[in-house]
Write a protein that binds this ligand. Structure first.
Ligand code: AMP
Ligand code: MG
Length: 422
């Protein structure tokens, strides 16, 4: 990464959220390395190459309904006054048990959903529109349009068609899609390795006793959860005290082990200067002030061969900055094509207080009214050390930097968490 690509900021200038996202994404590449894995293991993984159909799916014309298959030539399309049609039942085609005989004029065959449509017929009438006269004869009482209720071979995929692209994160549907082609294994990007630790003399790990002024380290748990949802290999390095040697050692170990290193705490103004000093010595790190709340300080750059994210210490700021900056970058490292958080509009059902200045990521509760309208309200106290509202929230309400308070009834941007924190 050249310094020209990522200019440092002077002490007083703030960068916008989108500018920082752009810089981070532009300086992040997909990791090298792939693995061949079986279909079930591939759920949630990112495809390393395009996938092509080797045969048509469905492989043959088949019936979309239970009924009788017959030739469209039996339908008198010229006069349109044909009210019924009586045909001889020549045989049957059930799913997995096709009809192999010949069909001649005046004949139909009994057919079931998914059963192969035999040569010589091309139209299916649903059984509700027929009356069976006896075992050998059926009368069609409502004549269908020619070619009705037949699913054509290749309706879904045709031989040679590209149906999944490199960079696609494989969904449950994609596993089914691959299965229709009989594909047992796929090549995916290797899992990325992410090391993380917390910094701060006041931090204790669970199981330790809190001394005067101490708090438990909670950031490693939110990071664990966020990273777990991203299906990465995690290296949890614990709590590192505000000590020059310990910090330097942890940075070196982390960067040797991982593709990305994430820390929390120690990047705000007034922090012990050796954090910055150490990072500057070991890598190419930018210290940015971002025009966002919660958030603001963020360190980003390279540490050895790994990408480094120094997140702020406040628990809500960790989650907000992870969601806006780290998650998109990790998706890109995984080779994934869609990276930025989804933004939708919802109507606020209450006043959302804000002062113009920074982009707010307020903790919100997104709901759907009885009429189907999306509404959003405040999840509680909006302070960056308060997890209560973050825990209740199911979305961030994103209020632009220059905006003041938002009145009840106005539309706002919302980033939903459900199903999307991945
Ligand atoms: P810092 O960025 O180190 O100045 O930390 C900002 C605030 O976040 C301080 O109140 C810290 O005590 C708190 N903090 C930092 N790291 C953690 C952590 N891992 N878990 C909980 N709180 C933290
Ligand atoms: Mg600290």
């Amino acid at each position: 990464m050249s310094q020209n690509d990522m200019p440092s900021t002077s002490n007083n200038s703030f960068l916008s959220v989108s500018e920082v996202q752009k810089r981070i994404i532009n300086n992040t590449q997909a990791v090298n390395g792939t693995e061949q894995i079986n279909l079930r293991q591939a759920l949630g993984r990112v495809l390393a190459n395009d996938i092509f159909a080797t045969f048509n799916t469905p492989p043959c014309d088949n019936s979309g309904m239970d009924g009788y298959a017959f030739s469209s030539k039996e339908i008198n399309t010229d006069t349109g006054n044909q009210s019924t049609l009586t045909l001889k039942i020549a045989g049957q085609s059930f799913a997995g048990h096709p009809y192999s005989g010949k069909i001649t004029a005046g004949e139909a065959i009994r057919i079931m959903t998914g059963a192969q449509v035999p040569v010589g017929v091309d139209t299916v009438v649903i059984q509700e529109h027929t009356e069976k006269q006896d075992d050998e004869t059926v009368t069609i009482t409502t004549i269908p349009k020619p070619f009705a209720n037949v699913r054509k071979a290749g309706d879904d995929l045709t031989t040679g068609q590209k149906f999944l692209s490199k960079g696609k994160k494989l969904s449950p549907t994609d596993l089914a899609f691959l299965a229709t082609q009989g594909i047992a294994e796929v090549k995916v990007s290797r899992k990325i390795r992410v090391a993380f630790f917390s910094t701060g003399d006041e931090l204790r790990s669970i199981g330790e006793i809190l001394g005067e002024g101490d708090i438990y380290d909670s950031n490693r748990y939110s990071l664990y959860g966020l990273l777990k949802n991203m299906d990465v290999e995690m290296i949890d390095m614990g709590v590192i005290p505000d000590d020059r040697q310990a910090i330097e050692g942890a940075f070196k170990t982390a960067s040797a082990l991982a593709d990305a290193v994430i820390t929390s705490g120690g990047v705000s103004v007034g922090e012990a200067d050796f954090v910055k000093e150490t990072l500057e010595k070991l890598g190419q790190i930018n210290f940015w002030k971002i025009s966002m709340k919660p958030g603001k300080p963020l360190a980003f750059g390279t540490l050895g061969n790994s990408l480094f994210f120094g997140l702020p210490g406040n628990p809500v700021a960790v989650i907000a900055t992870f969601y806006q900056f780290v998650q998109p970058a990790l998706k890109r490292m995984k080779g994934q094509d869609i990276v930025l958080p989804l933004v939708i509009k919802a109507k606020t059902t209450e006043l959302l207080k804000k002062r113009p200045g920074r982009t707010d990521f307020q903790r919100g509760i997104l709901e759907q009214s009885d009429s189907g309208e999306l509404t959003v309200r405040n999840a509680g106290t909006q302070e960056s050390h308060v997890l209560t509202a973050m825990s209740k929230a199911n979305c961030f309400i994103v209020i632009p930097a220059q905006s003041g308070s938002i009145e009840t009834g106005e539309m706002v941007d919302v980033q939903p968490f459900e199903g999307l924190m991945s």
